[in-house]
Design a protein around this ligand. Structure first.
Ligand SMILES: N[C@@H]1[C@@H](O)[C@H](O)[C@@H](COP(=O)(O)O)O[C@@H]1O
Length: 261
């Protein structure tokens, strides 16, 4: 696992967007797994800027979703499908034809979950999966004690996540769906490159447990320790509880430039 400490969220966004652009230059039809929440917004902004300035061609890129609420009416602005279309697909100049996501309004949820896992595999697998992290260490919507081998399936949100996400629903916790579909941890681990961005002091405990704690289902993001190509990008605030922060700074500062992320 590589840990990169950046000065702030904007620098993290720029660094990761450049890694995505480099991937698209090598593989124009790369399948990019995207995440929702506030954290990845600087990535999408930076990548859109690169596309608009002609620094990278994203016209063949394919985008896939990490997770989704269950039971929101189709087209609800806070569904993750609508969010990803608004924040990523449209700004990159893509259409829904380049986009894949699980169907949170399906009548047969287990079938929809299986279909999504199958669709990801049939698409050749995810090339680069962006991840945020919940304050409780979740990735996607894999809450603490999710199986580290889990596949895409339905999950129930913890009280903490309901509280954290109420801000997207007018601050009203009653409006936050209790159930979600999420790529499982086993599914996420099949992506060829995992890139987790965490910013702000509120994520410092979760980051420390993810990077320096034991691999344990109580901290779902700690599964990244078992991935062959996982990059954790953190700003100074989110890095503030890392014991090895100076080592991480040193290794990144001395990294050969050809290596990329
Ligand atoms: N399902 C999403 C996660 O994918 C995201 O990482 C997390 C953190 O969101 P934020 O980046 O807004 O803190 O929120 C939600 O729970």
């Amino acid at each position: 696992m590589e840990v990169v400490i950046v000065p702030d969220a904007k620098a993290g966004g720029e660094l990761i967007a450049e890694a995505m652009a480099a991937l698209l230059r090598r593989k124009p039809d790369a399948l990019l797994g995207v995440a929702t929440g506030s954290t990845p917004l600087p990535i999408y902004e930076a990548l859109t800027g690169k596309v608009q300035r002609g620094e990278v061609d994203a016209s063949k890129a394919r985008i896939c979703q990490l997770d989704e609420y269950v039971g929101l009416p189709a087209g609800h602005p806070e569904s993750y499908r609508a969010t990803v279309l608004r924040q990523v697909v449209e700004p990159l100049g893509l259409t829904e034809a380049s986009f894949m996501g699980p169907d949170g309004s399906a009548s047969d949820i287990p079938a929809a979950c299986e279909a999504y896992d199958r669709a990801l595999a049939e698409a050749g697998g995810v090339d680069l999966q962006l991840l945020g992290i919940g304050t409780d260490g979740h990735i996607g919507f894999n809450e603490p004690c999710s199986s580290l081998a889990s596949r895409t399936r339905i999950k129930t949100l913890t009280e903490q996540t309901l509280v954290d996400n109420a801000r997207f629903f007018d601050g009203d916790i009653e409006q936050v769906p209790h159930h979600v579909i999420t790529q499982g941890i086993g599914t996420i681990m099949e992506a060829r490159h995992l890139v987790l961005l965490a910013t702000g002091e509120g994520k410092a405990d979760a980051v420390a447990a993810t990077v320096e704690g034991p691999v344990a289902a109580i901290v779902p993001a700690s599964a990244l320790q078992l991935h062959r190509h996982a990059t954790v990008v953190v700003d100074e605030a989110a890095a503030s509880k890392l014991k090895l922060a100076d080592y991480f700074r040193h290794t990144y500062a001395n990294k050969p430039t050809w290596q990329g992320l």
